[in-house]
Design a protein around this ligand. Structure first.
Ligand SMILES: Nc1ncnc2c1ncn2[C@@H]1O[C@H](COP(=O)(O)OP(=O)(O)OP(=O)(O)O)[C@@H](O)[C@H]1O
Ligand SMILES: [Mg+2]
Length: 459
């Protein structure tokens, strides 16, 4: 084999015996390894030779492994660095992940785990050679806020750190989780999404960890749990705040031990799974209220990625709406339909408590009402209560429910609410109360406007 194509790893440890063990393990995986006994040696090694992976001990004679993590992060961010931590030193591991380490492995070294870590890390090189970030463009939007999410997601895709994705309902948390998975070294394995609030409490343990045949009534065969289904890939714990406390304890254990024990099984099964999680609730507040375990929070929230509400990035509304329309007409086999400027202005004045998902629902309804190739303001039906949803209000899922969909003769419908009144008032003021001109501005007929004014008691 051409040794030029072999991946190269840098091993940094002041104990020659460990260096040797690691070197041997890597050689068996067809990876060349160079070693360094101090941070200074490590720095000069990577300056003189490109490496594909770095494994470093934490306590070095001339400093901390964290310094090397930071150095590589700054000068050659594409090189994954895994840190070797003392047994049970979670604090250091979390700190390393926060500063950009790819993953960690604790002493005493588990060679099977180490081999998995190395092959995952080397996947990053293959991905890069295959053309880098895939599909980040599926996350639409030009606002700086969403661009930041894209950059962060691409960066986090390269790490194994647990990421907690926060944000209101319908902002795109699951989409972001999928993109992190698809752009990472686990993309060839499963992405398993589980809605933690949707599993009956009594079935939870078996759903997550699997069960053995006969372990309880109804267990007619061995069943694999979600962790096993996600083996080698990513497990996305959606609505993680809905996990009951007793499950939080079990989950924490599994995450720390990297092994599950199916219900009724005698032995544990090793699992290699990256954990991503999300909730629209304020997790930190739930921790303070004693409803979410602090230790689990600390473990799954190593890095937090916040997806901003749609009302905080109004510039994206037009782009998203057009993109949604494009997709809908393609599915329905219709000729292209666009959004009238008044219709867009109308949307931009709305608070979108249900965010992008609500925009999708609104556009779908607007499309059924639209005549011709343009969606006008009256085709757009908004929820009555435009009050923005706050982070902690899980009791009221903000879903946009269809109301008077077939009320075609009254295009603004019955439930337009204050925002509609506002839009009409503004149009009237702008046209010095010339109803014909105002109607035109709003994209409706004079008769329609007169009807709405009467109906909304704007006279
Ligand atoms: N930036 C975006 N570009 C394109 N589509 C988006 C974007 N954000 C969200 N969507 C779409 O909006 C819908 C809702 O997104 P998603 O399910 O990821 O939201 P969520 O935050 O998980 O919502 P919930 O809290 O309700 O589970 C999906 O159809 C998703 O594809
Ligand atoms: Mg979701």
């Amino acid at each position: 084999m051409n040794s030029k194509n072999k991946p190269v790893a840098l091993i940094v440890d002041d104990e020659p015996a460990i260096c040797e063990l690691l070197q041997l393990t890597l050689q068996r995986m067809d990876v060349d390894a160079i070693t360094a006994g101090t941070l200074a040696e490590a720095r000069s090694a990577i300056q003189s030779q490109p490496v594909d992976l770095c494994l470093t001990d934490m306590q070095m004679p001339d400093g901390s492994g964290l310094e090397l993590v930071a150095y590589i992060q700054q000068h050659m961010a594409q090189v994954p660095v895994a840190v070797i931590t003392a047994h049970g030193n979670m604090e250091t591991a979390v700190q390393a992940l926060k500063s950009g380490a790819f993953d960690f492995v604790s002493k005493p070294l588990d060679i099977v785990y180490l081999r998995k870590l190395v092959s995952t890390a080397l996947k990053l090189r293959q991905n890069r050679e295959a053309g880098g970030a895939r599909g980040m463009t599926r996350l639409f939007g030009q606002s700086q806020a969403i661009e930041q999410v894209r950059v962060m997601a691409a960066k986090l895709a390269r790490s194994q750190a647990p990421v907690h994705i926060s944000g209101e309902s319908g902002t795109g948390k699951e989409l972001v989780a999928r993109l992190i998975h698809e752009n990472g070294p686990r993309a060839d394995h499963a992405f398993v999404a589980v809605n933690c609030g949707a599993i009956p409490t009594e079935l939870m343990e078996s759903e997550f960890f699997g069960h053995k045949k006969g372990s309880f009534t109804g267990a007619v065969a061995d069943k694999e749990g979600l962790f096993q289904a996600a083996q080698g890939g990513t497990l996305f714990l959606d609505e993680v705040a809905d996990l009951p406390l007793h499950m939080q304890v079990k989950l924490l254990r599994v995450i720390q031990e990297k092994a599950v024990r199916p219900v009724g099984a005698a032995k544990e099964i090793a699992v290699d799974v990256r954990i991503l999680s999300a909730t629209h609730r304020a997790l930190a507040e739930l921790v303070r209220a004693g409803k979410f375990r602090e230790d689990l929070y600390y473990r799954i929230n190593v890095i937090e990625l916040h997806v901003p509400a749609l009302r905080e990035r109004k510039d994206d509304i037009g782009l998203l709406a057009e993109h949604i329309l494009e997709r809908l007409v393609r599915i329905q086999g219709r000729p292209p339909v666009h959004l009238a400027p008044e219709a867009l202005a109308f949307l931009q004045s709305y608070a979108f408590p249900g965010n992008v998902r609500e925009l999708e629902n609104i556009m779908e309804r607007a499309l059924t009402l639209a005549e011709g190739d343009t969606i006008q303001a009256p085709d757009i039906h908004l929820r009555r209560n435009p009050e923005p949803a706050t982070l902690v209000r899980p009791e009221e899922p903000p879903a946009a429910e269809p109301e008077d969909m077939d009320d075609r003769t009254l295009p603004l419908g019955k439930h337009l609410g204050e925002i509609e009144k506002d839009a009409i008032r503004k149009a009237l003021e702008q046209t010095r109360y010339n109803k014909t001109a105002a109607a035109k501005l709003l994209g409706m007929s004079f008769r329609q406007l007169r009807y709405r004014i009467k109906k909304l008691e704007l006279d």
